[in-house]
Ligand binder design. Sequence first.
Ligand code: ATP
Length: 392
Amino acid sequence: MAAISVDTLRKTFGRGAGVVTALDDVSFDVGDGEFFCLLGPSGAGKTTTLKSIAGLVEPDKGAVRIGGQDVADVEPTHRNLAMCFESYALYPQHNVFDNMASPLRSPRLRMPAADVRSRVGRIADMLGIGHLLDRSVTQLSNGQRQRVALGRVLVRPAHAYLLDEPLAHLDAKLRATMRAELKAISTDGLTTTVYVTHDYVEALSLADRIGVLREGRILQVGTPREMWASPANAFVAQAFGKPRINMLAGGLRTSRDHASTSESASSGLGRSAPRDGTHAFVAGGVEIPLRDIDAPPGESVQLAVRPRDLRLHVGAGDPPPGKVRLDGVVYVLEHLGRQTEVTVQIGESLVSVVAPRAAVPTLALDDKVGVLIDPSTTHVFLSGEEGKRVSP
Ligand code: ATP
């Protein structure tokens, strides 16, 4: 077990016009015993980061430290890392047991046969492949093979485990089970793990901390709770949750309630923030009061609100106190078990609302409906795909 430090890694592939910047100053630290997830879309640089830690890719710049030691001159085989890549390779001529046992029998470890049996047996049971130990790996399904490959990594005592989408080939039910198993192993705090995924559910459920990668850059590192509750920018906000967080484009202005204060506060200072920090988000003539926004009135922003934080409101009555109503029409209605997802068209925007089925009024397509926003559940970002967070 060891801490891992990734320090300003840069890696490009190719030359001239075809150059690809895979990593652009990537830095993060993984604590000893920590489970760290790298989350990002395809091509974000996740595998390249993992391979740089493993020593399979040589960065152009920057350093990787394992247990405090710069490993630039340490061969991959001497880094004492156990790795599992998505394109796993098993020995086809061997059965499951021998595939899993092979790292323990290596000249470096030479583990006694009884220890090998007990370690392989324990991990195989945990991965639900204990009954397959005598079977040839050529007679396994893809999902079973993937679990053997993962098992071969987890049996090994190592400074750290590097896992690249290890559950990618499993069906949804098995993924959920395996997630729970991996969580159980990781909560003992005895294994440092860097885990690559593009599945935000995996990251939220497994990680002690998550690093979001995009186009070779780390956009935010934080605990699952931090990533969910205070995403640092619009991209990170949209990386978590399904349906995706709603984004409404609009502008900031001084709240009407505080217009007099702000007018005096901003006189002579152009678009300075009002002194009492009270703003309103404005779109389509509707004003949503906000507090402590770190941006001046006049700024173009996006108001983000998760589908589960919205409510529907039918009829012409006033919205409940503290809530703001946006008017729209029902665009899509989907009953998903006990949940209902309603997509409402509000002006040019489509807004998703998810609520328990029982709480959704009887609606049909094209019905007029109100969407209720509780301002305290909103996040505000500057405009742009990576617009930075300006709400508290
Ligand atoms: P995925 O989820 O699809 O596996 P990723 O986040 O793991 O994606 P990487 O495989 O690290 O992304 O790739 C990052 C970028 O570097 C991509 O644009 C990719 O095409 C490029 N790249 C990676 N390896 C090479 C290589 N050996 N030669 C050229 N380009 C490469």
